[in-house]
Design a binder for this molecule. Structure first.
Ligand SMILES: NC(=O)c1ccc[n+]([C@@H]2O[C@H](COP(=O)([O-])OP(=O)(O)OC[C@H]3O[C@@H](n4cnc5c(N)ncnc54)[C@H](O)[C@@H]3O)[C@@H](O)[C@H]2O)c1
Ligand SMILES: O=c1ccn([C@@H]2O[C@H](COP(=O)(O)OP(=O)(O)O[C@H]3O[C@H](CO)[C@@H](O)[C@H](O)[C@H]3O)[C@@H](O)[C@H]2O)c(=O)[nH]1
Length: 459
C-alpha cells in the first residue's frame, strides 16, 4: 500500500459503483464494495462481474488485491471516504425515489467514528439531497460531528459501454461541498487529476488526452451540474431528431447537417446523431427529475418538456416508416436487431427496442428479436413482451418481411446484407441508427436522410 493510499467504502455495486470501485482500486486505494444484493456480492467474490461493460472484468481482476466485497457496512468504520452509488429510479411524477439513498445513509451512519470521514453522493440526486443526507447522518450517527463528517456531491458522468475510458480520462471532476472535505477528495483523486497512474491494458490513455479540469463548487451547484449536463445532452439528441424529420421532408441529409453545424466549436458534433431517440436509465429519468424540481418551485421548463415529447415521437417515426412500406403489419414477420439501449452494454432500461417490440405486437406483427449480449437479460426483464428470441442474425432474418435496426452494435454494422437478403421473405429495412453505408438491394429507410440507394430494388 502506498502512503497516499486511502480506505474507501463504495455503497451499491451497479454500473456506477463497480466503475468507481475499479477506478479507485486502480488508483491504489483500499476499496470495499457493499451491496444489499447477496447474489451480486457472491458473484463478485467469485470473480464474476454481474454486468457487461467492456474491460471491466479485466480491470477488476488486475486490482483484486485492493478490493473486497461485502453485504455488511462494517468497512465504513475504517473508511476515509464513503461513496453512495445506489439507484435513484423515477418515482411518482418523475420525482426521483430517494429510498435507496436514505437507506444507505441510515445504514452507514452508525459506523461513522472519530476521524474525518467524507460521505460522497455519486448517485444522481435532486438538488438539496446533500443537505438531506447530512441531516440523516446527524439523526442516525451516535458519533456524528459536523466538522468531521461532511457530505460532498461528486456526480458521475460515465457512459455505459465506455465506462472505463470515461472514468479514467474524464473531461472534468465536479466536487461540491465544504472546502475541508474537498481537500480530502483532492487527495483521493490526486493520481487521476495528475494522471500519474499507469493506464490499464484494457483502457489505454487516448493520445490527445490532457488532465481533467477540477470544478470545486457548492453542494447545490454540483448537484445541478449533473442534471443540467444530462438534460443538455438529451436536448441535443432531440434537436437532431427534430431537424432530421425536416431534412426528410426537404431533401437534406441530417448526417451532413450535423457535421456542418458540429464544426462550429460552440456547437460540437457529438450527441447529434439522429436515430431511435435516447434510451437508457439516465436521460429520461433526469429530464423528468429536473422538470419535477421546477414544478416544486412553480417553474415551467418548456424546453425540457419538448425534448421529451420529441423523443417519444421518435419511436413512432420508426413504426410509421414501416407502415408506409407494408400498409398493415397484421401477420407480418418483423425482426428487431438490437435490444440493449446502446451498443456494448447489456442494459435494457428504456431501450427503444422495448417500445418497438410492444408496438409491433400490438399492431399484429409476429416479432423476432436479437441482441449479441442482452438476450439472456431480456428473458428475465422483458418476460411481459411477446417475441421470439433468435439464436443468430441469420436466424433472426430468416423469412422476415421487414427488419428494424434498433441498436448500432458493431456486428450489425459489419453485416453482409447481400448474403442475408435472399433468406428474407420481404426486403424492408428500417435502419433506425443510420449504420448502413453502402447501397443494398432492398427498401432501406434511414432517419433524416436518403439511404444509400444507388441500386434500384429488383426483388
Ligand atoms: N448507469 C449509468 O451509466 C450512470 C451514470 C452516471 C450516474 N448514474 C447514477 O448513479 C446511480 C446508480 O446508477 P446505476 O446504474 O449504477 O444503478 P444500478 O441499479 O445498476 O445499481 C444500484 C445498486 O445499488 C444497490 N443498492 C440499493 N440500495 C442499497 C443499499 N441500501 N445498500 C447497498 N446497496 C444498495 C442495488 O442492489 C444495486 O446493485 C443512479 O443515481 C444513476 O442515476 C448512473
Ligand atoms: O448522438 C447520440 C448520442 C446518444 N444517443 C442515444 O442516447 C442514449 C444515451 O446514450 P449515452 O449518453 O451514450 O449513454 P448513457 O450511459 O445513458 O450516458 C448518459 O447518461 C449517464 C447517466 O447519467 C451520464 O453519466 C452520461 O454522461 C450520459 O452520456 C442512448 O440510447 C443512445 O443511443 C443518440 O440517440 N444520439
Amino acid at each position: 500500500m502506498s502512503n497516499t493510499s486511502m480506505n474507501v467504502s463504495v455503497i451499491g455495486t451497479g454500473y456506477v459503483g463497480l466503475g468507481t470501485a475499479a477506478l479507485l482500486a486502480h488508483l491504489g486505494h483500499q476499496v470495499t464494495g457493499i451491496d444489499i444484493d447477496n447474489q451480486k456480492i457472491e458473484q463478485l467474490r467469485n470473480g464474476q462481474v454481474p454486468i457487461h461493460e467492456p474491460g471491466l472484468d479485466a480491470l477488476l481482476e488486475s486490482v483484486k488485491g485492493n478490493l473486497d466485497w461485502s453485504t455488511s457496512y462494517d468497512s465504513v468504520a475504517r473508511a476515509d471516504v464513503v461513496f453512495i452509488c445506489v439507484g435513484t429510479p423515477p418515482g411518482k411524477d418523475g420525482t426521483p425515489d430517494l429510498q435507496y439513498v436514505a437507506s444507505a445513509a441510515e445504514k452507514l451512519a452508525p459506523h461513522l467514528n472519530g476521524h474525518a470521514q467524507v460521505i460522497v453522493n455519486k448517485s444522481t440526486v435532486p438538488i438539496g439531497t446533500g443537505d438531506y443526507v447530512q441531516r440523516l447522518l446527524e439523526d442516525h450517527a451516535p458519533g456524528y460531528s459536523h466538522e468531521r463528517h461532511r457530505v460532498v456531491s461528486n456526480p458521475e458522468f460515465l457512459r455505459e459501454g465506455t465506462a472505463l475510458q470515461d472514468s479514467l480520462y474524464p473531461d472534468r471532476i465536479v466536487l461540491g461541498g465544504h472546502p475541508d472535505a474537498l481537500q480530502i477528495m483532492a487527495r483521493l483523486y490526486a493520481p487521476l487529476i495528475e494522471q500519474t497512474f499507469t493506464p490499464p491494458a484494457s483502457a489505454p490513455r487516448p493520445e490527445t488526452y490532457t488532465r481533467p479540469a477540477v470544478v470545486n463548487t457548492t453542494l447545490q451547484s454540483a448537484e445541478m451540474i449533473k442534471y443540467a449536463a444530462n438534460a443538455f445532452l438529451a436536448l441535443k439528441i432531440s434537436f437532431a431528431n427534430e431537424i432530421a424529420g425536416l431534412c426528410e421532408r426537404v431533401g437534406a441529409d441530417i448526417e451532413e447537417v450535423a457535421t456542418g453545424i458540429g464544426m462550429d466549436t460552440r456547437i460540437g458534433r457529438r450527441f447529434l446523431n439522429a436515430g431511435a431517440g435516447w434510451g437508457g436509465s439516465c436521460f429520461g429519468k433526469d429530464t423528468a427529475g429536473l422538470i419535477s424540481a421546477g414544478r416544486e418551485h412553480n417553474y415551467n421548463m418548456p424546453i425540457l418538456q419538448a425534448a421529451i415529447d420529441v423523443n417519444t415521437r421518435q419511436r413512432q417515426v420508426i413504426i410509421d416508416k414501416l407502415i408506409r412500406h407494408m400498409r398493415s403489419l397484421k401477420g407480418k414477420r418483423v425482426t428487431v436487431l438490437g435490444m440493449a439501449f446502446k451498443p456494448d452494454t447489456d442494459d435494457l432500461r428504456n431501450a427503444p427496442a422495448h417500445d418497438l417490440i410492444a408496438r409491433l405486437y400490438q399492431l399484429g406483427a409476429t416479432v423476432t428479436a436479437h441482441d449479441p449480449i442482452a438476450m439472456p437479460r431480456a428473458r428475465r426483464e422483458w418476460a411481459h413482451l411477446t417475441y421470439r428470441e433468435a439464436s443468430s442474425v441469420q436466424d433472426a432474418l430468416h423469412r422476415a418481411d421487414a427488419v428494424i435496426i434498433a441498436t448500432e452494435w458493431q456486428e450489425y454494422r459489419d453485416l453482409d446484407w447481400s448474403a442475408l437478403l435472399p433468406s428474407m421473405r420481404g426486403c424492408v429495412i428500417i435502419d433506425a441508427r443510420n449504420i448502413i453505408r453502402t447501397p443494398i438491394d432492398a427498401h432501406v429507410e434511414q432517419i433524416g436522410r436518403n439511404a444509400p440507394a444507388a441500386v434500384p430494388v429488383t426483388r
